[in-house]
Design a protein around this ligand. Structure first.
Ligand code: NAP
Length: 486
């Protein structure tokens, strides 16, 4: 058996967000040498980049934590983004991952050299690694809207993931394009601060009401002193989530979704002005688009200084946005217009076996066997890659399970059972065909436009139950890998 610690067993991990830090901790634990490449100067990924007012995690904090590093100190049931960022920074330091991270060093090229990967970074360094784990995330390439005149706006204008904190919004006329999770959180947070907020809503959203729960000092102390309490809470929340919501979204006719929709409708009823209420009423099934969770959006939009604009945007002008023939004058324009969710590791140049280029393989839409591996890309794995359960389970739990899968495959190869880890074309196609069929029965395919859909309008997220995901991750089907030739 090859020793795990040998130099020829070195991993390159790309990205130091939630899944990259996780990979670092787990590789260290397993005794594999590794190097993490991070394009920015800090860990945290999406939580580092998204600092907009009101940012919070809409997944309960006690499940949005690593299972091995539960956090008794979460301030709220769904904590602010800055706390999530601090959590990842703290955990990365505590486990000694930071010293393995090459900050400010984006990977520009990965080329398979026959027995290892050659990795080049923006600094021009070229190194070799036996294994690559791409932990590059999904929601990190800002999508700017294709609207006439975007460049003509003369005031400050920025995407939500590039919030400009040097610009004060206080007492200003602010325009906000987009009402996804980001736009909704921003609306609630900035409405009391600004003179006027014009929210440009193209499609009404289902808003699930939640109650703001702030943990008391006594509760946090109980979590600190009673590890079992925290563990039980984590287990109960995960189980409820995976057996409940995660199961309902893959069944477009689920009763639970009807209940969720009824709760959303009840919240919508709190909007007093009938005209505004109708503007905010979605015309598709709840959870078709990603549900937006908020306890204060409907309060915010009922303020006198907030205007929900539903007329089509015609163009952006020097001093505002023209919609429905009317110019909405603005000092600042915020683009809450989402992300390019199909980019993954790109624009990195990734060339696999036989000179095959990933960009070519993914020219229609990215896909991967079990969201982890692509044929012709040996020893290359993804965490939260294409077809991951982005709309179903906790992304952290997903990444932990995916990492365990990767380690099992790598160990299998190190035991001399296979030459390389190359998923077979047959296994990839079989999985993809099954996934594609199953996707059509999910709630995401019930007739709405959303970032869950590929270019053909088919949802790309994991369309099977949690139990299947767990089974696939716990026991890799090693027969799906090629007995590779170098
Ligand atoms: P998003 O859900 O993709 O929403 C983009 C919004 O911009 C939509 O309302 C969309 O309208 C609108 N839009 C896009 N192009 C437009 C155009 N040309 N003209 C007018 N409107 C346009 O993006 P997001 O809000 O940034 O959220 C993305 C994901 O990030 C979320 O679904 C979630 O997974 C994650 N997120 C999570 C949290 C959290 O609390 N955990 C917070 C923020 C974000 P249409 O609906 O008509 O397409």
């Amino acid at each position: 058996m090859t020793s795990r610690s040998g130099n020829d067993n070195t991993f390159a991990v790309i990205g130091a967000g939630m899944s990259g830090v996780l990979a670092g901790i787990k590789l260290m634990e397993a005794g594999y040498p590794f190097q993490i490449f991070e394009k920015a100067d800090r860990v945290g990924g999406t939580w580092r980049e998204n600092t907009y007012p009101g940012i919070a995690c809409d997944v309960p904090s006690h499940i949005y934590s690593y299972s091995f590093e539960l956090n008794p100190d979460w301030s709220e049931f769904t904590s602010p983004g800055s706390e999530v960022q601090e959590y990842f920074e703290r955990v990365s330091k505590r486990y000694g991952v930071d010293s393995h991270i090459r900050f400010n060093e984006a990977v520009t090229r990965c080329t398979w050299m026959g027995d290892r990967w050659e990795i080049e970074t923006e600094k021009g360094t070229v190194e070799h690694f036996r294994w690559v784990i791409a932990a590059t995330g999904i929601l990190h390439h800002p999508k700017y809207p294709n609207i006439d005149g975007l460049a003509d706006f003369e005031g400050p204008m920025f995407h939500t993931a590039r919030w400009d904190h040097d610009v004060s919004i206080e007492g200003k006329k602010v325009g906000l394009i987009g009402t996804g999770s980001s736009g909704v959180q921003i609306t609630a947070a900035v409405a009391p601060e600004v003179e006027k907020l014009s929210v440009f809503q193209r499609t009404a959203q289902w808003i699930v009401p939640n109650e703001r729960v702030v943990y008391t000092e006594e509760e946090k102390e109980a979590f600190r002193t009673d590890a079992d309490l925290l563990r039980t809470l984590h287990t109960e929340m995960s189980t409820a989530f995976n057996d409940g919501f995660a199961t309902s979204v893959i069944d477009g006719n689920s009763e639970l979704l009807d209940d969720i929709q009824a709760r959303c409708l009840e919240a919508l009823e709190t909007v007093q002005d009938p005209e505004l209420k109708e503007k905010l009423r979605p015309t598709y099934k709840a959870a078709c688009k990603r549900l937006v969770v908020s306890h204060n959006f409907y309060d915010a939009v009922q303020r006198a200084n907030v205007d929900i604009v539903t007329a089509d945007i015609e163009r952006i002008e020097r001093n505002g946005v023209r919609a429905g023939g009317e110019l909405h004058e603005l000092d600042i324009l915020v683009l809450a217009t989402g992300f390019h969710v199909d980019a993954f590791m790109r624009p990195m140049n990734i060339t696999g076996r036989n000179g095959i280029i990933l960009d070519e393989v993914w020219k229609d839409w990215p896909s991967a066997y079990l969201s982890i591996a692509v044929p012709e890309f040996p020893n290359f794995f993804m965490l939260n890659g294409p077809n991951s359960p982005v709309g179903n389970f906790s992304l952290i739990q997903t990444a932990e399970m995916q990492f365990d899968y990767v380690l099992k495959v790598v160990d299998h190869i190190n035991q001399g059972n296979l030459d390389l880890a190359v998923i077979s074309q047959e296994a990839y196609e079989r999985f993809d065909a099954e996934r594609y069929e199953a996707a059509k029965g999910t709630v995401w395919a019930t007739g709405c436009n959303s970032w869950y859909l590929d270019n053909n309008g088919v949802p790309f997220a994991w369309p099977f139950p949690f139990s299947r995901f767990r089974a696939e991750m716990e026991a890799p089907k090693l027969e799906d890998y090629e007995p590779a030739k170098r």
